[in-house]
Design a protein around this ligand. Structure first.
Ligand code: MG
Length: 375
């Protein structure tokens, strides 16, 4: 491990876990958390959950599992450059999407809509719920009993109303203070990862084209460079070489700007970091370019009619499953039925949120379609 900066999250100074446990041996607190996340059920399910594309559409597209691995890789590279705690960034990155519903953004919007009168559904909060409560792996407690610093990083956003119910990790949304720099890094590594892999997946699926992307500054700059260096390169290599360079330049820019902000602000500890404005940032120029790329993706990929059709089907599936379980909780698997007495909508929401894309599709068949191979 490289030398930790004074403003990094030092594992031995963790604010601790909700349930007392003896300190880990042979690994630090954040490594233990990362290991717990990797061994969790929710983590394995990420393989069959998607962001933009539905899981069965092709083996080449990113799933939430490969997305999370890319976030961890990018996050660790940044952490190392800035003298931050890599294991913490890795743990937050691997856990950040654990609470996502099936069918990506569409599924999440649908579930949020279903839960409108029952406390709502926020995916960040659900990720925290997975690691705090829903995983059933330990004899002595629910959840994974992770350190405060990992839990704080997972809870990227949170409404004030929900923050009031969350105790220690909710407090910063009430005080308007910042999380650790490691959490800030994981957050922006997420952004770098998805913008770039959505370009890649979008091109591969032919929903967007190279021609269209030439109108996006950050892409066209790197594309021009690659074409000048390697005239006549085939499209596949051209795209990968361009994206590789885009990721690299974003990481370099983020590290340079953040190092500058940190040098100016001179935080002496993580406590200082929390009281300061965000210190992990892109330069203004690159921030603007990222925004342009995001807007391009929103208009041309996320709202492509073929994505819209898939999203509409996904939303219908989620909505109808939710209504069926609400009307007749007897349709739920037994372990979820046990929880319906305390809060039926939340039990249904947890059940649906935990589903993978293919599980939700199969469950829809099992709930609504009579087949000869019943039961
Ligand atoms: Mg993500």
């Amino acid at each position: 491990m490289h030398d930790l900066a004074p403003y990094a999250a030092h594992p031995e100074e963790t604010r601790g876990r909700q349930h007392f446990e003896s300190p880990p041996q042979g690994r630090n607190h954040f490594q233990r958390d990362r290991d717990r996340i990797i061994h969790s059920t929710a983590f394995r399910r990420l393989e069959y959950k998607t962001q933009v594309f539905v899981n069965h559409e092709g083996d080449l597209f990113r799933t939430r599992l490969t997305h999370s691995l890319e976030v961890a890789q990018i996050g660790r590279a940044i952490a190392r450059t800035l003298g931050l705690q890599e294991d913490l960034v890795e743990a937050i990155s691997l856990a950040h999407d654990l609470g996502h519903t099936p069918f990506g953004h569409a599924g999440q919007d649908a579930l949020n809509d279903c839960m409108r009168n029952h406390g709502g559904f926020e995916h960040n909060l659900q990720s925290l719920r997975v690691v705090d409560q829903l995983e059933q792996r330990y004899a002595e407690f629910n959840g994974l009993n992770l350190t405060f610093e990992v839990r704080e990083g997972i809870l990227k956003h949170c409404s004030v109303k929900n923050a009031r119910t969350l105790g220690d990790v909710g407090q910063r949304f009430l005080d308007r203070t910042q999380p650790s720099l490691e959490a800030q890094v994981a957050n922006l590594a997420d952004e770098i990862a998805y913008n770039n892999h959505d370009v890649d997946d979008g091109l591969r699926s032919r929903l967007i084209t190279l021609e269209q992307l030439k109108g996006v500054q950050i892409f066209s700059e790197h594309l021009d460079q690659v074409q000048k260096l390697y005239p006549g390169l085939n499209d596949r290599r051209l795209i990968h070489e361009t994206i590789r360079r885009m990721i690299n330049s974003l990481v370099m820019d983020l590290c340079a700007k953040s190092a500058e902000l940190i040098a100016d602000a001179k935080p002496a500890s993580i406590a200082d970091v929390r009281k300061m404005p965000p210190l992990i940032k892109f330069s203004a120029a690159v921030q603007q370019q990222q925004l342009e790329l995001k807007q391009f993706l929103r208009m041309n990929l996320y709202r492509h009619y073929r994505v819209n059709r898939m999203s509409a089907k996904a939303q219908r599936t989620i909505r109808e499953l939710f209504e069926a379980f609400m009307q007749d909780p007897g349709l739920l698997p037994e372990d979820f039925q046990l929880r319906t007495q305390s809060d039926l909508p939340r039990a249904v929401s947890d059940y649906i949120a935990g589903m993978t894309d293919r599980y939700a599709m199969k469950e829809y068949q099992r709930v609504f379609v009579i087949s000869e191979r019943e039961l």
